[in-house]
Ligand binder design. Structure first.
Ligand code: SF4
Length: 315
């Protein structure tokens, strides 16, 4: 099986290293897209927690040509981690929201670099046209492709309250249309929405287990400046999870998540300058290890409650 003996999870980094035989890093780029939940075509104002500054490194501004962003990102990862190959991550806003010609041009520019193995494309489940799926399927015949679909919550009431502008059914439908084209599908999930209990959130592991999803990104809900959620926090309408609550539920979630699913993220981060709440005071790697250490403390591992995964066997 694929569980890393020390991390106790099937980490995406480990998966990439096994698949490609070298250290692979994702390099974020901003290709200048917008989002249909912000420009009025699906909704206005966006999701209540969305301020794209919170997930944009300062050197990925839309004015910077894609190739320059890639060079800067690759140099950073080469120096910091010794990475040899790269996956270009179209991250900011909705990266399938454009004509298929525009998408083809942007994706191909990323793939033109000899050290780029493939692309990862972040999008909304209701912004994935059949033409975009076909384009990605074509690319996946020669390169690695990961489609990252934001679900966030499987509860339609919560999706409505946070102004997501799509439903669980939209997500399931998008996964169904994307499946079978030889590319990975990643689901983005958030825990800690107002009114959500840990038990309700944990049902998401069962949903993921029943769908052809290859990896997940899990975040805690956090409020950043410039968002409706920050206003709600200040008005006492959003009470963030404590670190202990989040870590316990994340560990429970992992125990229920089949070991075949890789884990790309276990926390969300935002620049200190715009972070409102929660303020847990941990660096990124400390957040990651807070969850991993919880599994160690319990003597459990990813999938231990749902499949036959054994710790330490490797693959
Ligand atoms: S779908 Fe993504 S980019 Fe669009 S408003 Fe929501 S979080 Fe922001």
């Amino acid at each position: 099986m694929n569980i890393h003996p020390e991390l106790r999870i099937h980490s995406y980094g480990h998966y990439l290293r096994q698949r490609f035989g070298c250290r692979v890093s994702k390099v974020n780029v901003d290709a200048g897209f917008t989002c249909p939940n912000r420009d009025g075509s699906k909704g206005i104002g966006g999701c209540i927690y969305c301020n794209n500054v919170s997930f944009s490194p300062k050197d990925t501004q839309p004015v910077i040509p894609l190739e320059e962003q890639m060079s800067a990102g690759m140099a950073y990862h080469r120096k910091r981690l010794g990475s040899e190959k790269f996956i270009i991550y179209f991250q900011k806003y909705t990266n399938t929201y454009g004509s298929v010609d525009l998408l083809a041009d942007l994706y191909q520019r990323a793939l033109n670099h000899p050290d780029v193995l493939g692309i990862s494309v972040g999008t909304r489940p209701d912004a994935l046209s059949d033409e975009a799926v076909e384009l990605l399927a074509g690319i996946a015949r020669k390169h690695y492709v990961c489609l990252e679909l934001g679900l966030q919550s499987m509860d339609d009431v919560i999706l409505s309250q946070i102004n997501r502008g799509h439903t669980l059914e939209d997500f399931v439908s998008a996964v169904g249309r994307a499946h079978g084209h030889n590319f990975d599908i990643c689901a983005h999930l958030i825990h800690g929405f107002p009114g959500e209990t840990a038990g309700e959130f944990l049902k998401t592991a069962e949903l993921i287990a029943g769908l052809p999803i290859n990896s997940v990104k899990l975040h805690q809900l956090h409020a950043v400046e410039g968002t409706r959620l920050a206003e709600m926090y200040r008005a006492g309408e959003f009470i963030p999870l404590t670190l202990a609550q989040y870590v316990a539920t994340a560990a429970d979630f992992l125990e229920l998540l089949p070991s075949r699913v890789t884990v790309q993220r276990l926390y969300g981060s935002a620049p200190l300058a715009i972070r409102v709440a929660p303020q847990w005071g941990l660096k990124n790697n400390q957040m990651w290890y807070a969850v991993v250490n919880e599994l160690t403390k319990r003597g459990t591992w990813q999938g231990c409650r749902v499949d036959q995964a054994k710790l330490g066997l490797g693959s």
